[in-house]
Design a protein around this ligand. Sequence first.
Ligand code: ADQ
Length: 467
Amino acid sequence: MSDRARPVLVVANRLPVSKSPQGWVPSAGGLVTALRPVVEDGGGAWIGWDDDHEGVPAQVDGLACTLRGLRLSGAEVQGYYHGFANRTLWPLLHDLVVTPIIEARWWAVYRDVNERFAQAVDDELDADDEQTMVWVHDYHLMLVPAMLRRRRPRTRIGFFLHVPFPPPELFARLPWRGALLDGLLAADAIGVHTERYRDNLLRTIAHLVADVEVVGDRIRTADGHEVEIVVGPISIDATGFAALATDPETEAELQDLRTQFGDRRVLLGVDRLDYTKGIPNRLEAIEQLLTEHPEHVGRIAFVQIAVPSRDDVREYRELRQQVETEVGRINGRFTHPGSDVPVHYLYRGISRPALAAYYRLADVMCVTPLKDGMNLVAKEFVTVQHAADAGGVLLLSEFCGAALELGGDAVRCNPFDVNGMSTMMDHALALPPADRRERLARMARRIHDHDVFAWVDGQLEALRGRR
Ligand code: ADQ
């Protein structure tokens, strides 16, 4: 078998399929699009939690790979997913934007569930299989590389972290910090989005793990195992999004939106409703903008599209309440009787053509997270705007991975500085059209040249040990 066609087994918290009224269908996200050729070539497979859906089929039409849905008990979902992954690791890895909850019971369940994932991988591989490469994804499964290594000493194991890796002094607060790092270090390649996350991870390992030798991007552990840290900023299917930009369905949605918003200029936010995304700060900045620059009142609209997320977790329910209160307060303050409200808030997921239509409509796309591993919305907006020859501006937080790639041509802001952010919103609205188009063109070129397929190639090349 040629090396390129080595089968790949993906292990992730979620499977790449979702249940629609018509039955099981492949999910639409960029990661699934990118990994599809990789898992489909050479008989690959995907292992993930079945998300409480009984009977996920091993094969789904339109996706030629084997699916293995892992059934988790209620207590496992509570401890592993809602607890340790979402309330301990998520805030810890996002620079403690809320305080992580340290709870030994959740840790025990996280360990047990990671062991179940590792066992499922072992069961999926034939006894003598040394060809298949295993690619583990994200913070839910940080122990899996070591647990699998014990079962499969010769298997190539990769890991990719989709979220940031924090500085050592933050990570060190976790009582189980050593075990998590040992979990990762058993991989052959560990992928992160940016040089900064790589440096944080290397410094953390050097600080907290005994007897490791760090040479450049490679780490040799006490038992002689070598692992490479591979920087690879994830991206989008740029060609797919560029085509979507002028798709007839997108055009039809845009027509409707243009009729509704008339000649008002639109600022847009599109996020999962998550406290890392900085939505309350963004709303405050909008309020400041309307207060300090009354000439904008009635002439701009701020549209926030928020996808429901993790509403089993208390912090997320509280955030939703906070956002909805703020939206009501701002609209109460600035709406003139008979006129339209300044803030439009949609609490739901929307279709891809509708999303592309909003991206086209926006004069200023506000991507202002307090912390974000990468942020794909920024890349989607730029790609759609450029493909449609539009002239919008990207307002981008300096605390997301995308800022390293796009920061030079976006209008950068510090989302913790609400006054500054509102000034930058005003500045973005005033940028001359020619300048906006040049900025968009440079960013779109960069995204096109570093799309999600290039990202997959880079990560898998490192996993094969060829870099
Ligand atoms: P997320 O935190 O989910 O991802 P992001 O990278 O922005 O953040 O991806 C969100 C995706 O959801 C985008 O593709 C977007 O189009 C889609 N989406 C958002 N709102 C939507 C809506 N209302 N309706 C429909 N679709 C919507 C995590 C990390 C990120 C990292 C990615 C990938 O937190 O930092 O970029 O993984 O590694």
